[in-house]
Write a protein that binds this ligand. Sequence first.
Ligand code: NAG
Ligand code: NAG
Ligand code: NAG
Ligand code: NAG
Ligand code: NAG
Ligand code: NAG
Ligand code: NAG
Ligand code: NAG
Ligand code: NAG
Ligand code: NAG
Ligand code: NAG
Ligand code: NAG
Length: 655
Amino acid sequence: MESTFKAGEVMAYGLIFLSKQEFLIRSFERLFQDGITNRHLQPSVRMSFFSWLFLMPICPLLLISFRTIVVSGQCFGNQQSLLLQLKNNLIFDSALSSKLNLSELTELLLDGVNISAQGNEWCQALSSSLLNLRVLSLSHSYLSGPIDSTLLKLQSLSIIRLDNNNLFTPIPEFFANFTRLMSLRLRSSGLIGTFPRKIFQVPTLEILDLSNNHLLNGSLPDFPHNGSLRTLVLGNTSFAGKLPDSFGNLKILSTIDLSFCNFDGSVPYSMASLTQLVYLDMSHNSFNGPIPVFNVAKNLTQINLSYNNLTGQITSTRWEELLNLVDLDLRYNLLEGIIPVSLFSLPSLHKLQLSNNQFSGKLNEFPNISSHVLGTLDLSSNYLEGPIPMSVFELRGIKFLSLSSNNFNGSLQFSVIQRLKDLSNLDLSQNSLSIEYNGTESLLSAFPQITTLKLSSTKLKTFPGFLINQSKLRHLDLSDNQIMGEIPGWIWKNFNLDHLNLSRNSLVRLEGPLLNLSSLSVLDLHSNQLQGHLPVLPPFATYLDFSRNYFSFAIPTSIGNSLKFTHFFSLSSNNFHGNVPESICNASYLQVLDLSNNSLSGTVLQCLIEMRSSLSYLLGKIFHRRQAHRNKDGGINCYEGVMQLGLTLISSVSI
Ligand SMILES: *[C@@H]1O[C@H](CO)[C@@H](O)[C@H](O)[C@H]1NC(C)=O
Ligand SMILES: *[C@@H]1O[C@H](CO)[C@@H](O)[C@H](O)[C@H]1NC(C)=O
Ligand SMILES: *[C@@H]1O[C@H](CO)[C@@H](O)[C@H](O)[C@H]1NC(C)=O
Ligand SMILES: *[C@@H]1O[C@H](CO)[C@@H](O)[C@H](O)[C@H]1NC(C)=O
Ligand SMILES: *[C@@H]1O[C@H](CO)[C@@H](O)[C@H](O)[C@H]1NC(C)=O
Ligand SMILES: *[C@@H]1O[C@H](CO)[C@@H](O)[C@H](O)[C@H]1NC(C)=O
Ligand SMILES: *[C@@H]1O[C@H](CO)[C@@H](O)[C@H](O)[C@H]1NC(C)=O
Ligand SMILES: *[C@@H]1O[C@H](CO)[C@@H](O)[C@H](O)[C@H]1NC(C)=O
Ligand SMILES: *[C@@H]1O[C@H](CO)[C@@H](O)[C@H](O)[C@H]1NC(C)=O
Ligand SMILES: *[C@@H]1O[C@H](CO)[C@@H](O)[C@H](O)[C@H]1NC(C)=O
Ligand SMILES: *[C@@H]1O[C@H](CO)[C@@H](O)[C@H](O)[C@H]1NC(C)=O
Ligand SMILES: *[C@@H]1O[C@H](CO)[C@@H](O)[C@H](O)[C@H]1NC(C)=O
């Protein structure tokens, strides 16, 4: 019942108590709802959108004096009569409506009220009665389009808020004729077509939010001098083209969100003069050229220029002056040169993300570490070289640290890394580092919060014993190291482990049993020296690679039961004997099956032939020519079929 009150009812109610004091509307909305509930009003009672205007006179006393807002007990009586009216199926008296004069009403705030009206309905209803309306706020009101030009009668309109509706209509150009328009918010309102450029140029406009209208396109016009815009939010639209050089005329602009649009061209140099800038997000476009110099924007807190094609160095900005900078995200660009060490001294910086660029050179020690609040440092996938500065390990608040895929070199004691007690995500993989873990370090949980630990290619020689106590660990990558001996049994007892990569080491034994592995989704043990029987497989894995080891004996006959969710399965280059078990036919999600380079024999499984449409990669060397050629009567030749499949698709899959 609670959810069935209808648009008209609440509209009627809302407007009765409408005033500059919005709280009254809100509180009484609830009362009204209660009223409905208590009186067991039929949910089918429903008014059209118009009705609320005509129902007003039911509470005329209040309306006349609504400026003084003595809502008082009076209205409860009236409310009851209103309810009565509703119950009596809303037969309204049009004569009454003329008694109503709402021309003094200046604010209509009915956000979240289900109005469910078509464009001509709600536009005409508003424009015929609320001539002095200044604030129109109907977000989340189930309004549809089109927007009717009668709305233009409301020449006092200065704040228009129609977020979260389903207008499915273009914004008409006449919006530029609202001469007092200050704020236009149309986020997630299903707009389509091209946004009229004239609206950007309305001399009073301060706030424009068109975000999350994926089908809305348009481009930016030239902006006049001393533009009035403070907030420009176009994220997640199809706006495109270049930013005009006159962008710098928007002297008081403080919030810019152009993320996930289709803008290109260079970022206008004039942006360097936007002194009031606080929030800048131009990520996920195709901007190129250098990044602007931000020195004058002393209040900048967020800069996100990630996922563009920006080039050049970032040394022109005097970063040390941006004392309010909290987030700097320049990931996925083509930026080069050194990383200015002044960035690491910024007192407010929480997140520094510079990965996937072409930064190079040595990273110097950072000055003034102690004041640091840095929680995220991502410098991965650049060309940084030399030793990792020890200052990194003084960033005691750091949670996310990735320096992977650079050319950092030198050796690093594990005990130094262990200073970073709050780490939840550590990636030092793919450098030229030697991490020295000599086993005498504390076995106590080294990183109580860690969930992702990636130390691939770090010349580790032993299995780090502290891992036994890392109960939150979900992703462990120790691949391409020099770890010898056995995979300790305790690794399988971590119930949270989801991703385990121990490939390319010198592991010889796997201490079982591999029980309780239900969390494990990816297990990569390829290129070790593991021997003996294939172990029991984790039951829900999607990726299993045991290739290039010394496993032998037969493939367990029930193998398929452990491959129910597996996309990738490789036993290649081991020493398995015997038949391919029939149960492998149960592996219905398999895309890659590689059993090559073993000593398997037996017949081609018909199911594998049938699975060819879903299997994108199958190495068929396992099959003996003799058996494969059995089918000589012009039908499908299994051997050739399988081989052909294996060969044609082998090139299209990269592993
Ligand atoms: C409504 O009130 C305004 C002033 O409050 C007045 O100018 C206008 O004539 C009134 N309209 C009607 C139809 O009474
Ligand atoms: C809004 O009201 C319309 C008409 O009364 C109704 O069809 C629709 O289901 C309502 N939507 C919600 C979410 O209440
Ligand atoms: C809006 O104003 C322009 C002139 O500034 C005028 O030509 C146009 O007709 C107006 N549009 C409407 C719908 O009134
Ligand atoms: C903008 O959208 C409209 C309607 O979807 C389409 O006709 C028009 O070609 C689009 N314009 C651009 C520049 O993409
Ligand atoms: C912009 O406004 C400032 C003061 O508000 C004024 O001093 C300046 O001359 C104006 N500039 C232009 C180009 O209009
Ligand atoms: C754009 O869409 C993404 C993904 O849906 C969302 O995370 C982001 O907040 C949106 N941006 C804006 C400005 O609405
Ligand atoms: C920065 O913000 C502060 C406080 O909000 C304000 O007083 C100051 O004028 C701003 N500085 C600039 C350059 O806009
Ligand atoms: C960057 O430029 C390259 C080459 O011009 C282009 O293929 C790529 O799509 C661009 N990326 C972005 C994010 O614009
Ligand atoms: C850009 O970065 C800011 C600050 O880190 C973040 O709040 C925003 O969500 C990012 N934008 C996108 C589109 O992810
Ligand atoms: C370090 O901080 C102190 C005080 O906060 C300051 O006086 C000094 O100039 C800073 N040094 C550098 C190199 O930033
Ligand atoms: C690390 O690399 C630099 C060049 O970037 C080289 O000069 C230095 O000798 C290397 N150090 C070690 C320990 O390999
Ligand atoms: C192990 O490393 C610690 C510091 O990381 C060092 O103090 C200790 O001497 C080393 N032990 C051996 C046996 O190398």
